[in-house]
Design a binder for this molecule. Structure first.
Ligand SMILES: Nc1ncnc2c1ncn2[C@@H]1O[C@H](COP(=O)(O)OP(=O)(O)OP(=O)(O)O)[C@@H](O)[C@H]1O
Ligand SMILES: [Mg+2]
Length: 403
């Protein structure tokens, strides 16, 4: 898996983007026509590879020396038979010079040869199953916004699976229409990376890819637990993070997603009835299901209002440490839902979005250490760069990445 930053004039960019999107493991960090801005972006987030259009370089000769000092590999696209282009390629220490007329033939191979892959931290992904024994506690709100926050922090692809097979509303919350769903995989003879990839829907505003729930409740029973296990295992091998939203309770399909999970994000709200039900679930995790304490993470949603139980009291009754606390945030939660936009993108500074981002950071830090999230101190994601994450038309979503 590696990130790519493209600096090219508009006419060339679309072609490069569509080639890059089809290179295994590549995902787009950004694209620019402005080389100075590209340098700024890439010093904040080092790409695994920069693809640079020689025409842009020619217009920015004052930056030649600076380009020659960057730490990431550069592939220059230009006239292979032009002496001046070759000189510029040497000056910026380009790893390769790909002739502008040959990019459809040669760029893919050059990218694979020269990209610096993300370290092996994400060799296998983390599967996070968002669960509660109770309905309506905020599972889907957490799953959707957590997936987006994780994608923003790692600057990479995240899979989001709607396992609420009867009444899944992940795509509704994202404001996305999906032409495919998990139901497409119910009867395929072999479930593999390609079939799973085809069933997923890329988001236009994030590097999250969604496996939607079936179109109606009548299709839910077609999805067998072993199919779910298969799908989730494939996603885990191909994405740094896989976030699974579930229906409430212990269905067979849920148990498959719970068994395979690295972490079960158990959502509770601070009300007596919910706490009692969550306690029963936690007992089952520790008893019948034999899960380690480390696997279970308790998240208190709608915490902190005076009329409810204190989160710390709830955690001590449940006998677990609280992993995260999310405030009540009716204003923004409802507004975002009514706009058909995920809160994390609609209002990233909203208290609930910030709370979810804190959980996302903790989860990333567990894999990467504090390195990445330290860059993201502001509490609000750097939309400027994210906005530039390559426009992924339906024909060119980021590939399922493999390190
Ligand atoms: N912290 C919060 N503050 C305010 N509103 C919230 C909060 N969390 C969730 N909500 C709202 O509560 C409602 C239920 O949330 P959500 O759909 O995420 O719960 P769920 O557990 O997935 O429900 P179900 O079990 O039906 O799938 C939604 O309207 C959502 O916007
Ligand atoms: Mg839900």
């Amino acid at each position: 898996m590696f990130s790519v930053y493209i600096v090219a004039r508009a006419e060339l960019r679309d072609e490069i983007v569509s080639i890059a999107n089809n290179v295994d493991g590549a995902f787009m960090l950004g694209n620019q026509t402005n080389l100075r801005q590209a340098l700024v972006d890439c010093s904040a987030d080092t790409p695994g590879l920069m693809i640079l259009d020689d025409e842009i370089l020619q217009e920015n000769l004052s930056l030649l020396q600076q380009m020659g000092q960057v730490s990431y590999p550069i592939i220059l696209i230009g006239r292979g038979d032009n002496f001046e282009t070759a000189r510029r390629a040497l000056a910026v220490h380009a790893r390769d010079l790909v002739d502008v007329d040959q990019i459809s033939k040669l760029l893919r191979g050059a990218m694979t040869r020269h990209a610096v892959r993300i370290t092996q931290e994400y060799k296998t992904g983390r599967l996070l199953t968002v669960f509660s024994s109770k309905g309506g506690v905020g599972k889907t709100t957490l799953a959707v916004n957590l997936a987006i926050a994780l994608a923003q922090i790692i600057r990479g692809p995240v899979a989001l699976v709607d396992l609420d097979l009867q009444f899944g509303d992940v795509t509704a919350l994202l404001g996305e229409q999906s032409a495919s769903s998990i139901h497409d995989l119910a009867h395929v003879p072999i479930i593999d990376e390609v079939t799973v990839d085809r069933a997923m829907t890329p988001l236009s505003s994030s590097t999250v890819r969604v496996l939607a729930a079936p179109d109606g409740p009548q299709y839910a029973e077609d999805i067998q637990p072993n199919v779910v296990l298969n799908i989730l295992s494939i996603l885990k091998d191909n994405y740094p993070f896989v976030v699974v939203d579930t229906a409430p309770g212990f269905s067979e399909v849920n148990v498959a997603a719970l068994d395979l999970a690295d972490q079960v994000l158990t959502v509770a709200t601070p009300e007596v009835v919910t706490v009692r039900s969550v306690k029963q679930a936690l007992d089952l995790f520790a008893g019948g299901l034999n899960y380690s304490r480390e696997k279970i993470r308790l998240i208190m949603n709608r915490a902190g209002t005076q009329s409810t139980l204190a989160s710390s009291d709830v955690a001590s009754v449940l006998g677990v440490t609280l992993y995260g606390e999310l405030p009540s945030d009716w204003t923004w939660a409802v507004r975002a839902a009514n706009q058909g936009q995920p809160l994390m993108l609609f209002q990233p500074a909203a208290p609930l979005a910030q709370g979810i981002r804190t959980i996302a950071r903790q989860l990333v830090e567990e894999v990467e250490g504090p390195r990445r999230s330290a860059k993201d101190k502001t509490g609000v994601p750097r939309r400027s760069l994210l906005d530039k994450i390559v426009s992924r038309s339906k024909g060119g979503p980021p590939r399922v990445a493999k390190s």
